[in-house]
Design a protein around this ligand. Sequence first.
Ligand SMILES: [Fe+2]
Length: 230
Amino acid sequence: MLNRREFLKTTGAGLAVLLYNHSSILNAETIIKKEDKIMAYSPKDYSKLIGMEGFSETLLKNHFTLYQGYVTNTNKVLDTLDAMLKEGKTGTPEFAELKRRLGWEFNGMRLHEYYFENLGGKGGINKEGNLAKKLAEGFGSYESWEKDFKAVGTMRGIGWAVLYQDITNGRLINFWINEHDVSHPAGCNPILIMDVFEHAFMIDYGLKRADYIEAFFKNINWDEVEKRLK
Ligand SMILES: [Fe+2]
């Protein structure tokens, strides 16, 4: 039986590892070490966001550390799955559970990257810009879109508010994403991402999520957001 330290070190992925026997894990790790790790993900540096109005350094540094954990675990889960494929273990419940886990870890990584990258701006949206015009067309006015997006962000629960663009017809839709991996619309393009997990605001705002959302809006990098539009 793995102790807690071994368990976290090996995959960070819970149930599958508890089911997976120790010798198999060692074999998997050996295989990984012998081969080149292709396309491993590296955490990006978002330290330039420190100093942003309404976000303490403590909160941001904690958030960066949490994000880095998703990058590490995405690599670990992908490497372990790759090793299991090579070992002929794809028919096992351990493989299935890690595959389920992959969506959580990968989206935890990628959504945080979108989130940090759509922060660090100053000033509101350019009302004459392409995005503002599309939002006004789709929602009646920019203000109406903002009201809807903020309402999504204040829904009870943990997750993400995401403005998606349906690339089949260009329609802009605000979505609630439960946790990281539930309710993403297939084939749509993420435009604006707001983290509403408690770790994103509780250090600075306690339960006042609406105040955090106001701070978020003051720091949106609208130039970056508009570039995502297709
Ligand atoms: Fe987060």
